[in-house]
Design a protein around this ligand. Structure first.
Ligand SMILES: Cc1ncc(COP(=O)(O)O)c(C=O)c1O
Length: 372
């Protein structure tokens, strides 16, 4: 059983075919349509289709004014693209520990991480659960620092009735095949801030603006555009979004029921008022269970599982550059070692859920008894 299988079909193929036949392949009418769909869905004034969430995060940081020498506060537990874009902007990532219950940035630790050089805070909505944005925004506002959501996993997640990607200055979604919807590779930046939108429009496409005859280049911008070929897939995916979210939440509820109370396993917590998108279903294993052995055993039993995500300070690049001791980031370090992502996608059946649960239970029993 695979960890994830994207839900695509005939409509994706048809729309891609139309783009290929049109002869207009790069960013054009399809990307604009996809942007309108995401803006309407999230309630953002603007949406910018980009080539990935990574380029979207970089674009948003640059447009928000982060510059070399600055500091950007991020949670330590995320896919390392979250920190890489900070480095690419010449700034320093400042890692804050997470709340082990939600895997999200712990707002109680945020203020201590802010210095006179902090020019952005970038919380991550881990696995599709929104970070605790009210206290984060309150602290950020008091210090006059913009907040950008790494909402890569969180399309369709809500925080007290508000959509992920609209909870701060800007939000960035990913459409990598392991995300809620896919365009193969792709991303989207949402914002309702006009000035930020104007800067992103220019920076996304070579720093150019339209002149009377030719383009005029007013900044050293990027090519971070999403092609119409990819956008066509995204348009077809948007028609499936409600069904995808409904099925992901149904499968997650089935997992909650069969895994709650299982020896050695803690199911994902969802604080009141929040709706998880369940990009990944991530359990936390007891500390004494060797998570990597569980992964090997389950793979041997034909169930693909993997780690949760990365404690970034543990990665060689960040370790060598910053040398942050594990004791200062204990929850992220523990999550790095003990979190386990199990298969979750819309096509998963109740029989599959039972199989994953029983395979996990027997893997834990084996590891605990030292049998395998
Ligand atoms: C939290 C987070 N941020 C950023 C990214 C990067 O997304 P992309 O692959 O679209 O660049 C990912 C992808 O795994 C992610 O999980």
């Amino acid at each position: 059983m695979r960890l994830n299988i994207p839900l695509t079909g005939a409509e994706e193929l048809r729309l891609v075919g139309e783009v290929l036949e049109s002869g207009y392949l790069t960013q054009g009418p399809r990307a604009a349509e996809f942007e309108r769909l995401i803006a309407a869905r999230t309630g953002s004034a603007e949406a910018f289709a980009v080539s990935s969430a990574t380029t979207g995060l970089h674009l948003a940081l640059h447009a928000a004014g982060v510059k070399p020498g600055d500091e950007v506060v991020i949670p330590d537990f995320s896919f390392p693209a979250t920190a890489n874009v900070v480095v690419q902007q010449g700034a320093t990532p400042v890692f804050v520990d997470i709340d082990i219950n939600t895997f999200n940035l712990d707002p109680a630790l945020l203020e201590a991480a802010i210095t006179s050089r902090t020019t952005a805070i970038m919380p991550v909505h881990a696995f599709g659960l929104t970070a605790d944005m009210d206290p984060i925004n309150e602290i950020a506002m008091r210090h006059g620092i913009p907040v950008i959501e790494d909402a890569a996993c969180a399309l369709g997640a809500t925080y007290h009735g508000r959509e992920a990607g609209t909870l701060s200055l800007a939000g960035v979604f990913s459409f990598h095949p392991r995300k809620i919807i896919t365009t193969a590779e792709g991303g989207m930046v949402t914002t309702s801030d006009e000035a930020l939108a104007d800067r992103m429009r220019v920076l996304r496409s070579h720093g150019s603006v339209r002149g009377s005859h030719f383009m005029s280049f007013i900044d050293a911008g990027y090519n971070y555009r999403l092609s119409d070929v990819h956008a066509a897939i995204g348009i077809a995916q948007m028609a499936r979004l409600d069904e995808i979210l409904r099925r992901r939440r149904e499968v997650a509820a089935e997992y909650d029921a069969v895994l709650s109370g299982m020896d050695g396993v803690r199911v994902p917590a969802v604080p009141a008022g929040l709706q998880h998108s369940y990009q990944s279903y991530v359990v936390l294993l007891d500390e004494d269970i060797d998570r990597n052995r569980i992964i090997d055993i389950m793979k041997g039993d034909d169930v693909e599982v993997t780690l949760g995500t990365y404690s970034m300070h543990l990665q060689p690049y960040f370790r060598e550059r910053f040398g942050i001791p594990d004791e200062s980031l204990p929850a992220a370090t523990r999550a790095h070692q003990s979190a386990l992502t199990i298969p979750l996608y819309p096509q998963l059946t109740s029989v599959d859920v039972e199989q994953v649960a029983s395979t996990l239970a027997s893997a834990i029993a084996s590891v605990r008894s030292g049998r395998r």
